[in-house]
Design a protein around this ligand. Structure first.
Ligand code: ZN
Length: 199
């Protein structure tokens, strides 16, 4: 279990051509394979470790091979070696998390249902931060039991509760008048059309 990813900023130099063309980029490798990129500028290749990681995980530079390699890092929530320096998962998780973002602005999450007795059912889904809507591949043969809690779990471990009424939007905190004068914090549905929206 040492399939850890190494990324090394690299200067590439042709050795057989007369002009010895030089380019900059990185090499990345793990036990299963290797990938290189030589389309960075010298300044980009010289960035501090985590800024380099953020750059090569950005849309402009990310490729399928690197993405597949980093999937291990995400699955295991483990660190990465960059330029010989070990960086813990805690240091890189935000960058790995951004990389999970989809083109349409939604974010990959785990949809977790907790049924009575503590049985957890986890399915992958996505969350739209703009609307609060959650989509998941729910299992059709869910047990007919009492649902204790439903929530989504982000890659970085954060959790958000899902509306117990519509099961399709996350809950948000709102202020509601209680006893005529005092404001009270309540959890309501992000979906204005849900009967749990507090409207
Ligand atoms: Zn709702």
């Amino acid at each position: 279990m040492s399939n850890r990813v190494n990324i090394i900023a690299t200067k590439f130099e042709d050795i057989s051509t007369s002009d010895r063309e030089t380019t900059f980029g990185y090499r990345a490798f793990d036990d299963g394979g290797q990938v290189y990129c030589n389309t960075l500028t010298e300044e980009q290749a010289s960035l501090p470790d985590l800024e380099l990681l953020r750059l090569i995980c950005s849309e402009d530079f990310l490729n399928d091979e690197l993405s597949a390699m980093l999937q291990f890092t995400r699955d295991e929530k483990t660190g990465i070696t960059i330029n010989g320096n070990w960086h813990l998962w805690d240091e890189i998780k935000d960058i790995m998390f951004e990389e999970e973002g989809q083109d349409d602005g939604t974010v990959s999450v785990m949809f977790v249902s907790v049924w009575d007795g503590g049985t957890e059912i986890r399915t992958s889904g996505c969350y739209d931060p703009k609307t609060g809507r959650v989509e998941s591949q729910k299992t059709s043969d869910a047990p007919v039991k009492v649902l204790d809690r439903e929530y989504i779990e982000f890659l970085n471990g954060d959790e958000m509760d899902v509306c117990p009424v519509c099961h399709e939007y996350v809950l948000k905190t709102a202020m509601k008048e209680a006893d005529g004068t005092n404001l009270e914090q309540v959890e309501v549905c992000s979906n204005p059309d849900c009967e749990n929206s507090g409207a």
